[in-house]
Write a protein that binds this ligand. Structure first.
Ligand code: PGA
Length: 240
């Protein structure tokens, strides 16, 4: 794992944006894996500015988001569909039909997950996957559990994730208890992975991730099996 420790959140966001720029410049039809949450907001702001300035062109890129709450309406302001529209897709020139998200409105979540996995396979997998990390070590909504699912699936959120994400909702009871998420192997099959973490709240989990061995109750530890992972974090999240 390559590690880049940045002075602050802004620098972390700019560094990540430079990596996306290099990826899309070298391969204009890149398949990008996008994440949601607070962590990548600065990255998306940088990409939006770069796109407006004509420095990056997303017109031939394809994207797949990691996860979505279930059930949730696409136009619910807390859906990741709405998040991506607001923070990135409305500000860059990606074709809407090329920007894929799991459908939290479906009546057939299993079929939705199978279809999503097939679509990722059909375009040859993800070239560059952007990841945040939960303070419990989840990546996407692959939560610490006794069972890991390799491919896109429906899952239950842990109490700690529901509590952490309740900051975006008016009350903890409104947070959906389930989600659709790409699986661990879907993530590990990406050619390149950029893991981002910022703030003192992530220091403990990054410390566990960078420690010896691979902790079994830390889904992010599986990233150690991947040959091309770059961790970009700020000083506050870096344990040393
Ligand atoms: P955050 O979430 O970026 O809001 O901290 C990260 C995650 O849960 O993957």
């Amino acid at each position: 794992m390559r590690i880049t420790v940045c002075e602050n959140y802004d620098e972390m966001s700019k560094k990540a944006a430079q990596l996306v720029l290099a990826q899309v410049t070298l391969k204009p039809n890149s398949v990008l894996g996008f994440a949601t949450g607070s962590t990548p907001l600065g990255l998306y702001e940088n990409l939006s500015e770069m796109c407006s300035a004509g420095q990056i062109d997303f017109s031939n890129t394809v994207s797949f988001n990691l996860d979505e709450y279930y059930p949730i309406k696409k136009d619910d302001p807390n859906s990741y569909n709405a998040y991506m529209q607001e923070n990135l897709f409305s500000k860059i020139n990606i074709k809407r039909e090329n920007a894929h998200l799991l459908n939290g409105e479906t009546d057939d979540p299993e079929g939705e997950c199978e279809n999503y996995e097939r679509m990722i396979g059909r375009v040859g997998g993800i070239d560059m996957q952007i990841l945040g990390i939960g303070s419990n070590g989840h990546i996407g909504f692959n939560e610490p559990d006794s069972v890991m699912y390799p491919y896109t699936h429906i899952t239950h959120l842990t109490e700690s994730t529901i509590k952490a994400n309740s900051r975006f909702f008016s009350s903890v009871d409104e947070v959906p208890k389930k989600a659709l998420t790409v699986g661990i192997l879907t993530i590990l099959n990406s050619k390149r992975i950029i893991l981002m973490a910022n703030g003192a709240g992530k220091k403990q989990v990054i410390s566990e991730l960078l420690g010896d061995g691979m902790k079994l109750n830390l889904p992010a530890a599986l990233l150690k099996l991947h040959p091309d992972v770059t961790l970009i974090c700020d000083k506050e999240a870096y344990p040393k």
